[in-house]
Design a protein around this ligand. Structure first.
Ligand code: HAM
Length: 442
């Protein structure tokens, strides 16, 4: 019998047998978010079209070609959300979240919609999870977002991941790079696809993001933004890379990575799985595409008419992750010994090297499932100790310049004021024992 109705092209049912994958991903994201003190936010599926036009950009494929847009009975132009960052920033501004301690760290998950040509890993309704840290311009936040994104995939069982990173500058240096790029692209005009010939005038950077083969060839000889960063962007990017080095994350520089959304400034990154299936020449990376994409968006708030608020985040395609998990028969069970309970330890840091090393230590605590509070975005020790006090935390680990150089850490018992030094490679072990005890043995 011929079936009368089917789901719409590019839209699919998540059947009972697939729920275990979605559940495992959701739980993993929730656990990583909790550890890093990210709170859940839900924004509506519909937003005013203008939110995406202003944030993602009129000239991007997402807004120009792929949005489900319609007029409501009341006469408003609205769109099904094609991505989450614009709505989260709209919510941050609408609810005056700049009055909260910064950065405001949020995570979300849910359905998103893009009218794309359906193919492997590309749907018209798909699910994302995402992280957004709003209100902090420090490179440590970029490092943290990349680490968390990587953590989720690692914890799901992905083994062969690569993080591609680049910096695309800001409103200070990008106009100059744009000019140089424009000069080069104009000389190659006839070799570009028709869309890119049109983009040449309005948004030449988008050409670096074009998937057409002829444009890819032109891209290969194009000038690189990284050679034209202003001092501030250069310094920011250098620090981000230092964080990634310290965190021992497997990254490569991709000087042509620009990402397909207009709100990005400075750091952009994508995480791809590089595993080739056994005995096959197929590259699953090209089959399902990028698993996670993100970056910094320091101008987004202003693009939406708000105050000057920096931000950084990432989002993952859940169907793409599920497709790989299924094809590799990866586990869907979730470990029961998740991190639980309020933190008994506070990790305070002073100076750049200490900050980088404490992010690594924080990750080690996470792997050992020991809850730890931190305040990486604060630079003053006094403020951090005050935060530890407010949280009623007994054990404070102090990571200063000397400690970072000599690979030890100072442990302070906040009740007695007694301090002692612990070797860095013994800290996790020592603290896991100590958090059950009351006093430091001298
Ligand atoms: P995006 O790169 O457009 O970034 O999407 C993020 C991820 O969503 C992609 O890497 C991919 O895995 C998945 N994805 C995108 N389109 C589709 C599709 N048609 N079908 C299946 N999966 C898809 C963003 O959305 C930004 N909001 C990320 C971000 C957050 N940047 C800063 N904060």
């Amino acid at each position: 019998m011929k079936i009368k109705y089917q789901s719409l092209t590019g839209m699919h049912d998540v059947l009972p047998q697939e729920q275990a994958y979605f559940k495992k991903i959701q739980k993993t994201v929730e656990s990583v978010s909790n550890y890093y003190s990210f709170e859940k936010i839900e924004t509506p599926i519909l937003e005013f079209t203008e939110v995406f036009q202003k944030a993602v950009g009129d000239d991007t494929d997402i807004v120009g070609k792929e949005m489900y847009t319609f007029r409501t009975k009341g006469g408003d132009m609205v769109s099904l959300r094609p991505e989450g960052t614009a709505g989260v920033m709209r919510s941050y501004l609408e609810h005056g979240m700049h009055n909260l301690p910064q950065p405001v760290k949020l995570w979300y998950t849910g359905p998103f919609f893009r009218y794309e040509r359906p193919q492997a890993g590309r749907f018209r309704q798909f699910h994302q999870f995402g992280f957004e840290a709003i209100g902090d311009s420090s490179p440590s936040i970029d490092g943290q977002i990349i680490q968390m994104s990587y953590d989720v995939l690692k914890e799901l069982g992905f083994k062969n991941l690569t993080i591609e990173v680049n910096s695309i500058g800001d409103s200070e240096c990008r106009p100059y790079f744009r000019k140089i790029l424009m000069g080069y692209l104009k000389s190659k005009r006839s070799s570009l696809c028709s869309d890119c010939q049109r983009r040449l005038k309005e948004n030449p950077l988008r050409i670096l993001d074009c998937k057409e083969e002829k444009c890819q060839r032109v891209k290969a000889g194009a000038p690189q933004v990284i050679d034209h960063l202003c001092e501030a962007c250069h310094a920011h990017f250098k620090e981000v890379l230092e964080f990634l080095d310290e965190l021992e994350l497997p990254y490569t520089l991709n000087p042509y990575l620009v990402r397909g959304l207009d709100y990005y400034t400075k750091t952009v990154f994508e995480i791809v799985d590089k595993t080739k299936p056994e005995g096959s020449a197929d590259d699953p990376e090209t089959a399902v595409g990028t698993l996670i994409g993100g970056g910094r968006y320091d101008n987004l708030s202003k693009m939406l008419g708000g105050r000057d608020v920096p931000g950084c985040g990432s989002a993952a395609g859940i169907e793409r992750i599920v497709a790989l998990m299924k094809s590799r028969e990866m586990k869907t069970s979730f470990s029961k010994d998740a991190v639980s309970g309020p933190p008994k330890i506070f990790l305070a840091q002073l100076g750049q090297l200490a900050k980088r090393k404490s992010m690594k230590l924080f990750e080690e605590f996470r792997s050992a499932k020991i809850p730890v509070a931190e305040s990486f975005s604060k630079d003053s020790l006094k403020t951090q100790l005050r935060t530890a006090n407010k949280l009623n935390i007994k054990w404070v680990l102090i990571f200063g310049q000397k400690e970072a150089l000599e690979d030890f850490i100072t442990l302070r018992d906040m009740d007695t004021g007694i301090q002692k030094e612990i070797k860095l490679d013994k800290v996790v072990e020592e603290m896991s024992r100590l958090t059950g005890k009351e006093k430091i043995k001298k």
